[in-house]
Design a protein around this ligand. Sequence first.
Ligand SMILES: *Cc1c(COP(=O)(O)O)cnc(C)c1O
Length: 482
Amino acid sequence: MSIIFEKSIQGRLGVSLPKSDVPVRHVINSNYLRAEKAALPELSELDVVRHFTALSRMNYGVDTNFYPLGSCTMKYNPKVTEKIASMDGFASLHPLLPQLLRGGMLTQGALAVIYELEHLLSEITGMDAFSTHPMAGAHGELTGMMIVAAYHKSKGNKKTEVLIPDEAHGTNPSSASIAGFEVKSIPTTAEGALNVDALEAAISEKTAAIMLTNPNTLGLFNPYIEKIAAIAHKYDAQLYYDGANLNAILGKFRPADALFDVMHVNLHKTFATPHGGGGPGSGPVGVRKHLEKFLPVSRIAKRTDGTYALDYEHPESIGYIAPFYGNFSVCLKAYAYILQLGKQGLIDVSENAVLSANYVLHSLKDTYHVPYMKTCMHECVITAKNQGDQGIHALDIAKALIDRGFHPPTIYFPLIVKEAMMIEPTETESKETLDSFIAAMKEIAETSKTNPENIKNAPLTTPVGRLDETKAVKDMDFAFKG
Ligand SMILES: *Cc1c(COP(=O)(O)O)cnc(C)c1O
């Protein structure tokens, strides 16, 4: 498809209006006016509309089809929460509105939403306090690691290291390292859990924190969590919970009950907004009591008369980590989503997310190799090992899914599994959708034997086939023209 500049025909007009019969007055100083007209494309209105409509149809999103991208929780943009987020009283609220204007009444609604959301997250996770400031999961991790650093500093602890399992999401080691810690990787056992013996061997007085994702990126819940917490706390190391994919445990397991000290939640992914599919994210950080005084400012305080105020009086706070009050609209959507579902609804979320993932796993286990065959949580990991004899890799299967109308799962992650395909069906997909995905995966495995070239050359139905990714990055023009 050509770009709009290539479709331009000199002199063609999009809109023609009658010539103005009042004198033209330039508001801009003539020094700043262009000497020549900008070289913009010239097309009819209809051609412009068709150009952009055609482009939009080449896009793929949760609103067009199934999107089982593991670890990303691509479910949907509930229309009711979108509507609430676009209500004028919220959407037009200026972030600089002084909280005292008209007694702060203009901002009371927004402050109440954040205050109540923080308390709902506390109830869901068991943590004592939350801050909604962080603007992504990774940002929440960084905030959490800064809180850990502030805690150790306040106690005079000399801590330099953070221990992280080798299957962890890449943001974990990078957040710990940006916060100034050295990262030590802890191996995973053959049953797919953190190796407790290796952890005991690695931990020392230098350990500031252990970062865990539970269920981990293999989709497996760690059965030794109490033991791990005891080991961590023996050394005053803080136990960090990566709660990016909370849809596995809602109403079933509260990280604070397992003595996790600090955590983040991805409001995008778990509560409405899909990862990357709805624009900005939000990664609130929750802590237990002993870490509360280190949370970022401002905090939201409820006055005795029931009104809300921004509270900056926290001398031991790590300070500001984001402008204003986080990504407010994502918080608002999460708040509305939690209220819409209620307690039982949130429990249903987890049960359905886990059921869907196990359904996919069991339906595919005889066709694809399964590295850890046990009950999974919200996502499952299979591999392309069985297809290796035909020279087929996870990448080929991912591309073949595009030809069959599906977004590929996450591939080559977790890094510790060769030829990994990590599938997260989520709680929102119907059995019919899952069945059609399973059928496509089985057909791809069959075609890998009978006509492997079809899979190796996929995608065959898209405007652009396999890209030379290195060249595409180096030379944008190539990416556009295919
Ligand atoms: C998505 C994810 C993150 C990072 O969240 P972002 O919002 O993308 O920064 C961290 N950990 C896990 C396990 C994740 O799935």
